[in-house]
Design a protein around this ligand. Structure first.
Ligand code: R5P
Length: 299
């Protein structure tokens, strides 16, 4: 039995100070439960409200993608600069050190390979497995306008129900078929549908014209995918424009791990996303970092 506390000073209830009630920092997320918000704070930086997610889940349908042939060799050096990792449970268990202390966004849908109809996905994980892996969110591909549109929407709504039960956010990924128009009209349609049906946040592609209307009409945060590899200055410009248009960050893969200097590139992307650095300045930073890396190798 501990001694009864008999402080000399009287108790202080600070009756003149109103209780703090701080709105959550992410758009559309204020009504979520504590666990969800805690997990989202492992994905988005509460200081900037933004995230640099490193996407390395490509192998789930395309096998050993260029740059991901040896995740242990090419990706582990990037981990210190990623706010969040987006990946499959296979790579997570096999390669990522459990001491990684930022958010894990787990690929939660799959099925077809590049040899087949990609929209024919199913849910690819059980909820207890996601909990066991202590994930910060689950990601599901949604094929609006695709052959298996309804099935993929149903995958998403089931994951949202399961996620809500256990406090795990769901990232809805707009998957744009090869023959579909990549324009603001489509991105607005797809992003809004998946937000309406319950995802916690949305990943979509950046479109140069009217991307701000995609963000404005989506009630929850949007992050952009990087898409296929383009020159570094163009990728930095795309990230900059997306952030200026209201995106809450990037979920970028190939434009980082296929860069000629991946560490320099992810560091430059961080500057754009978290500091609002202009593309040219971020590119100069990239070149400086790249040369530092070269000199280190020589020495
Ligand atoms: C692709 O289906 C995966 O979901 C990727 O995570 C996503 O496309 C982002 O990677 P990238 O920047 O290479 O497009």
């Amino acid at each position: 039995m501990p001694d009864v506390d008999k402080p000399e000073k009287g108790k202080e209830f600070y009756l003149d100070i109103p209780a703090k009630s701080t709105p959550f920092f992410l758009k559309g997320c204020n009504s979520l439960d504590w666990g969800m918000k805690n997990r989202l704070s492992r994905i988005f930086n509460p200081e900037t409200g933004k995230t640099v997610m490193l996407a390395i889940d490509h192998g789930y349908f395309q096998g050993p993608t260029t740059g991901l042939e040896r995740v242990d060799v090419t990706i582990l050096p990037l981990l210190p600069y990623a706010d969040t990792l987006m990946l499959t449970r296979g790579i997570l268990r096999a390669i990522i050190p459990p001491a990684f202390d930022r958010g894990i966004v787990l690929r939660a849908s799959g099925g077809p390979s590049i040899l087949n109809e990609l929209s024919n996905e199913q849910i690819a994980i059980d909820m207890d497995e996601a909990i066991r892996l202590n994930v910060a969110a689950m990601a599901v591909q949604v094929f609006i306008g695709g052959k298996y549109e309804t099935q993929s929407v149903h995958n998403m709504t089931r994951l949202v129900d399961m996620g809500n039960r256990y406090g795990i956010p769901v990232l809805g990924v707009t998957a744009v078929g090869k023959d579909m128009a990549r324009d603001a009209k489509y991105m607005r349609l797809a992003s809004r549908i998946i937000a309406e049906l319950g995802v916690t946040y949305v990943k979509t592609y950046y479109v140069p014209k009217d991307f701000d209307t995609v963000v404005a009409s989506c009630p929850v945060p949007i992050v952009i995918a990087g898409g296929k590899k383009i020159p570094e200055l163009d990728a930095l410009t795309m990230a900059y424009n997306a952030i200026q248009d209201g995106a809450a960050g990037v979920d970028m893969g190939r434009n980082i791990f296929q860069s000629e200097a991946p560490v320099a590139m992810i560091k430059a992307i961080r500057k754009v996303v978290h500091e609002g650095t202009k593309p040219k300045e971020a590119y100069d930073f990239f070149l400086t970092e790249k040369n530092k890396g070269k000199n280190k190798k020589k020495g």
